[in-house]
Write a protein that binds this ligand. Structure first.
Ligand code: ZN
Length: 76
């Protein structure tokens, strides 16, 4: 198992929205070198404008699309 350093690190549960503190699903890397994190809600609210000024956007909001729970439901 390797721990290669990717150009864009995937978001984790430790990444928090800068606006509300919820788990972040959007990372916006700015031309200034800074970065912003947003939850799905604020990604929708600010995402379009942010993408205009961003050099890179990591959008993981699709992780929410299938439903909020990834809990194991193997029982039938
Ligand atoms: Zn938020």
């Amino acid at each position: 198992m390797t721990t290669a350093v990717a150009p864009s690190t995937p978001l984790s549960a430790l990444d928090r929205c800068d606006r509300c503190g919820a788990q972040a699903y959007l990372r916006v890397e700015l031309q200034s070198g800074g970065e912003l994190l947003f939850c799905a809600h604020h990604a929708r609210e600010h995402g379009e404008k942010l993408k205009e000024i961003a050099v890179n956007v990591v959008d993981e909001t699709h992780k929410l699309a299938g439903g909020p729970s990834e809990a194991a439901t193997t029982e039938s």
